[in-house]
Design a protein around this ligand. Structure first.
Ligand SMILES: C[S@@+](CC[C@H](N)C(=O)[O-])C[C@H]1O[C@@H](n2cnc3c(N)ncnc32)[C@H](O)[C@@H]1O
Length: 264
């Protein structure tokens, strides 16, 4: 399914940007780790017959997990070619190429007919995008009537001081304001979803540690040597990392995340 890009990322000079470095290293993440992915899957009622869009799929970890664990058909899209190349590699390694398709696409303008998917999931993607209304409206457009749209996105749990807002924008290249849970709820209601379930979370180190469960030992080894390679070979990477080494102490008093699932 889908066109496979034969791209050796090892030969590329990664751009020093948050997502291009992640694509090079071969890892993406979202707050709440794998445990929150599983909560999202359950709330969206995914089973073997569900046709799923993973919008902003990163390196394809959730899309491949869905295909493997549930045997359902999945399409993963991401705006980054590097992420899609990594997703293809993963699908091949995990032997789910026949049920997962990956393609480069912008979630603000999805290249799909309306009412195609039973479920659209989106983990930590819309947070980074300025025009969230457009994103929500695209998700609802491509979902079948009666289907589910499920997001796991960052929230401010209380009003942040300006320096935290600036830190988040600079460090994670978040182009817009991080919404509150009420903002996300309003956005999904306005896009036409109903029966919206909202679960909000504060940062929890144990839950975050489940992040690694989406990856296998071999994946971690690859991430380790790619990171080491960058550290040894690229002074600009060392500088980039040094500038982001310390998180402000009060960050997680303000920054949390929420799962938002609605029905079309
Ligand atoms: C924080 S990562 C999360 C990736 C993945 N969902 C996960 O949980 O591992 C955010 C992803 O959104 C992608 N992204 C950002 N803007 C996008 C857009 N407009 N359309 C599609 N993908 C986008 C990035 O390239 C990146 O892979």
């Amino acid at each position: 399914m889908g066109e496979k890009r034969q791209l050796s990322l090892e030969t590329l000079e990664p751009e020093l940007s948050y997502f291009e470095l992640q694509a090079y290293i071969g890892t993406t993440k979202h707050m709440g780790g794998f445990e929150t992915t599983k909560a999202l899957i359950e709330l969206c009622h995914i089973n073997k017959d569900t046709y799923v869009l993973d919008a902003g799929c990163g390196v394809g970890a959730t899309a491949c997990y869905l295909a493997k664990r549930y045997g359902c058909r999945v399409v993963g899209v991401d705006i980054s070619e590097g992420m899609i190349a990594r997703s293809h590699e993963r699908a091949k390694r995990e032997h789910v190429e026949d049920s997962v398709e990956f393609r480069v696409a912008d979630v603000r303008d999805l290249p799909f007919d309306g009412a195609l998917f039973d479920v659209v999931i989106c983990e930590s993607v819309a947070t980074f995008i300025e025009d969230k209304r457009q994103v929500a409206s695209e998700f609802v457009r491509v979902t079948k009537p009666g289907g589910y749209v499920g997001l796991n996105e960052e929230i401010w749990i209380k009003t942040p001081p300006t320096e935290l807002v600036e830190f988040a924008k600079r460090t994670w290249e978040i182009k817009a304001q991080v919404p509150t849970a009420d903002d996300w709820l309003g956005l999904l209601e306005d896009a036409g979803l109903c029966n919206i379930v909202v679960q909000t979370y504060k940062f929890d180190a144990r839950r975050e540690s489940t992040q690694v469960q989406r990856y296998r030992f071999q994946d971690m080894w690859r991430m380790f040597y790619r990171t080491l390679f960058l550290y040894i070979k690229k002074p600009a990477f060392r500088k980039y990392m040094a500038e982001r080494r310390y998180l402000p102490k009060n960050l997680f008093k303000h920054l949390g995340y929420g799962v938002f699932v609605g029905r079309k």
